[in-house]
Write a protein that binds this ligand. Sequence first.
Ligand code: GLC
Length: 435
Amino acid sequence: MSNPIIDARTERTKWFLEDRFGMFIHWGLYSIPARGEWLRNNERTTLEDYQFYFDEFDPVNYDPKEWARLAKEAGMRYAVLTAKHHDGFCLFDSKLTDYKSTNTKCKRDLVREYLEAFRNEGIKVGLYYSLLDWHHIDYPHFNDRIHPMRENPAYTDENRNWQNYIEYFHGQVKELLTNYGKIDIMWFDFSYDDMAGEKWEAAKLMNMIRSIQPWIIVDNRIEGAGESYGSIITDNPKIYSGDFASPEQMIPPKGMTDVHQNPIPWESCITLNDHWGYCAHDNHYKSPKMVVRNLVECVSKNGNMLLNVGPNAKGEIPPKSVEILKQVGRWMKENHQSIYGCKASSMDKPDWGRYTQKGNKLYAHVFEECTNAVALDISPEKIEKVRLLSDGSEIKVETPWNAIAYPNLSFFTFKGQSYPLPDEIDTVVEITLKD
Ligand code: GLC
């Protein structure tokens, strides 16, 4: 049975589910203290103490063209930048606040420059907008579970006017969607407790968004969060249920479906080290191999991956992140056909790795070395040809002498050997199936 909300979502997310791989960028005043973007929450920092960073903020090396080139080199097809994070600081020239980058030493509209640079590289552009706001006077302080002033009785909430905050944030979303050209993704963050759905005046917000940019795709966090998905996973999603689910720091064990097991659009957002915002002492980075395999895992389960970088106070993406992304880019250059436009295969996950599939092209992502030959659970007569994806060279399907007991399986090696693997990050073998 068709449902207009699901049908529209399916239409809108077509490009998104083709593109599969995006860059998340967490950047703001918190890049100066360099302890991650939740520091005000963690350290109960008052606004007055945080002001210090506003007065100092001056990212002299901010060159979004360089960021965009890096994203492109890594094979990322879309990006999402924090226009406003929980601290309320705006990276854009909002008429509704003074708490914005154009009022800092740098005097620049950082969002505008980002949008232009990424669009010029052909990368789709998204904006992250925090529903929480630790700067706005009308956002609950003492009674809120998360606000930096939650334990400070000097910040009681009697005279706060919630309606003012709603008007402020709806107004800012309107500015972003009106003054900056076509925005491909609006990424809201996040709902909690009763701060969810209609508390944000969600239906009104969505109607406004769609009236300005009908094709924009929106995440599910006006209603959900990184661990709770909202009505997008039901067969009766609300109009603000979003176009895709956004599991955070995890890849759902079985991908994501609605209650009838129909796949729904989803995107795992994942950090490169253990923080979103720049964190000077965090060297716990994922290897290029892990990043590639995470991406493959997402695609093999019909999902996307949004991989985060946290630029520093000068506006530079940390060198270690650059190095990892370049290596991911090397792999993507050779193997992107096994990612873009691909989805889950109907085949079960094999012992040695994972499958992705696009039409009659089945991509075997071989992660593990096999002692003899790599076994495919496909009978040889169903296979038209097999090629190493990176260089297009032929791979022969041949049953070795010790595998004749398995006539319904196909076997291949890499020029007679199955280890070491030609690409230890992920060796991709393209299997063209007969129709
Ligand atoms: C969380 C955090 C936030 C981060 C986001 C990314 O919800 O609050 O700091 O921006 O996840 O998904």
